[in-house]
Design a protein around this ligand. Structure first.
Ligand code: NAI
Length: 337
């Protein structure tokens, strides 16, 4: 039986890399009933709304979506698409795997999954200016909010992820030595959740600055990382950089009632429509999606085929130093399945 999945091709290179990804999954025998929907500029042009109700309804129905990059219209009063999706579906966990697959990089042997809390912390949006002596912008404050509920579900997600994927260790990344309340609560809840996994998953704690240094000195020592919103935002770009950048980085946004899988890069307007975009990140996101819908073995098979083609380097796209088109790369991956 096919699993219904919402498909948002998106803007710029989005439709091209989405088509390549759908073709790859079909060749791998995945049983998916795609429900194509609009978002981004494509949706603005069609229905004057970057995130139409029909798209949200589709995700409500399927509970899972594969999304190409979207152009968020700037300064036209449209709501931010990513914020709308995150809020509508309470997508609290951002999951970014970073695996060394490209040869010849500075680092080898990196295999990290970063789990970032996606709904609270310093990004909760409570900010204001403070007026002093007639200067309305004399000071500004941004408030970080960590709740027991929010911390509990993200730690639990990280530990469950570790168990399900045979991972050995979860590192709780924090700054509780300075931010004793908000970060302190995050760490306290993490320790509490970790106890339930004793004997199954090892736990360690790292202060975020020490973690950042170790990530660039000996990244191979890390396995699963769990952290708050701002730290996760920064560290996840470091982990992407360790393995070759955004072109090879997929991302998942997980909530209780919906999950959204995407490439982390943008719409690449400079190469849109030329058929030379690298579909790797979206393809890897599709592998995460297969795992999520209970077809993990197929997901691993597809992932291995992608990695094999990247390692060979003979059929890679221009951004990775090759000359293959999107279609030629896709054909090479399909041939390796
Ligand atoms: P970008 O990621 O689109 O492009 C940066 C550079 O990387 C460009 O030179 C581009 O050609 C290259 N690149 C990116 N993905 C590539 C791929 N798959 N294959 C080959 N080359 C690739 O970032 P930029 O230029 O800052 O943003 C462009 C648009 O994308 C903006 O409208 C932005 O809002 C949107 N964006 C959307 C995201 C999303 O929907 N998740 C994330 C980031 C940006």
């Amino acid at each position: 039986m096919s699993t219904p999945v919402t498909l948002i091709p998106g803007d710029g290179i989005g439709p091209g890399i989405t088509e390549a990804t759908v073709r790859l999954l079909a060749a791998a025998g995945a049983q998916i009933a795609w429900d194509p929907q609009l978002a981004g500029m494509a949706a603005v042009e069609a229905v004057n709304d970057p995130i139409p109700e029909a798209t949200l309804d589709s995700i409500r129905r399927t509970k899972v979506a594969l999304k190409g990059p979207l152009e968020t219209p700037v300064g036209k009063g449209f709501r931010s698409i990513n914020v709308a999706l995150r809020k509508t579906f309470d997508l609290y966990a951002n999951v970014r795997p970073a695996v060394s697959v490209l040869p010849g990089l500075r680092y080898d042997g990196v295999d990290i999954v970063l789990v970032r809390e996606n709904t609270e912390g310093l990004y909760i949006g409570i900010e204001n200016y403070i007026k002093i002596a007639g200067d309305p912008h004399a000071a500004a404050q941004s408030i970080a909010v960590v709740t027991r509920h929010g911390a509990d579900r993200i730690h639990r997600y990280a530990f469950e992820y570790a168990v399900r994927h045979g991972r050995k260790k979860v590192t709780i990344v924090h700054k509780a030595n300075i931010l004793k309340y908000s970060q302190g609560l995050f760490l306290e809840v993490g320790r509490h959740v970790a106890r339930e996994y004793e004997g199954r998953v090892a736990v360690e704690e790292r202060i975020v600055d020490a973690c950042a240094m170790e990530l660039v000195m000996k990244p191979e020592r890390y396995d699963v990382l769990v952290t708050t919103n701002l730290f996760g935002d920064i560290l996840s770009d470091i982990t992407s950089g360790l393995v070759g950048g955004l072109g090879v980085t997929p991302g998942a946004n997980i909530g209780k009632n919906a999950a959204l899988f995407e490439a982390v890069h943008g719409t690449a307007p400079d190469i849109a429509g030329k058929g030379i975009a690298n579909p790797t990140a979206l393809m890897m996101a599709a592998c995460q999606l297969l795992d999520h819908i209970g077809d993990g073995e197929r997901g691993q098979r597809v992932q291995r085929a992608i990695e094999a083609v990247l390692r060979e380097r003979t059929h890679v796209t221009r951004d990775l130093g090759g000359s293959a088109t999107t279609d030629e790369f896709t054909d090479a991956v399909i041939a390796r399945l």
